[in-house]
Design a protein. Sequence first.
Length: 306
Amino acid sequence: MMTSRGEISRGGGWLAMRAPAKVNLTLHVLGRRDDGYHALESLVVFAGTGDDLTFSPGDRLDLAVSGPRAGGIGHGADNLVLKAAEALAARVPGLALGRFHLIKRLPVASGIGGGSADAAAALRLLAAHNGIARDDARLVAAARATGADVPVCLASKARMMRGAGEDLGPVLALPPLFAVLVNPGVAVETATVFRGLGLKPGDGWGGEPHPDLAAAACGVAQARASLQAALAGGRNDLERPAQAIAPVIDEALALLRGAESCWLARMSGSGATVFGLFDDGRGAAAARQTIAARCPDWWVKATVLR
């Protein structure tokens, strides 16, 4: 079962879609709010690789999980697919439910929003089955109730994400970015990484939004050189605390930075997945082959970010 990024396919009574990996090209921490959440500014894009989710109508809500990464996640009530479905059912009386089948390919607790993407896909499939519009306030509310990254994953389009994930900018017309995603096989807990910043509620942070990045995210297609310059001036403020927890992140970044034609290497989200951006698809494919051969136990994917 293959579906295009963000599109729903139908057949034989089932619905299916790809749940693409989320990549934070930048992640600026602006402080910690009084409610305990960290205030962020992040340029988010989505990869061609991801999990796949199928929905079949039925009398009760259920979930089956298979795929190469199925062993790393739970099948029970704590799974974000089920949480998202239950959040929408609580807001839509009489919501028609059914059985989900998740093919898990993305590494777990890896900073590329696999669980959030799965949850967003579940909401999209339920909305399609129940005739709910994509911009329905109940759908958005269910996404927010499920997780901070779920709202941005609903559309799986490049955009700025601010606050604790609730403030989404317009969809951005960025040029395709050739990339290699590398996860060195360690799971990093998001809450632990944020605690490593040492911020208390009400504390500010030294980082500020990058003005050139804000300009690059204005919603108008940018020349590749302008986007490269803007991204080079950005950062991921969670890299340092994540590296303290999992030093192997440094090794993964070094391999990408040493690859020919890689013009930017950075960590995504709270880690441990890192990404490298390349001049073209050939350079990305060559880097993927080299890194995968050197570190055969790592998860290494060449893809296109949009």
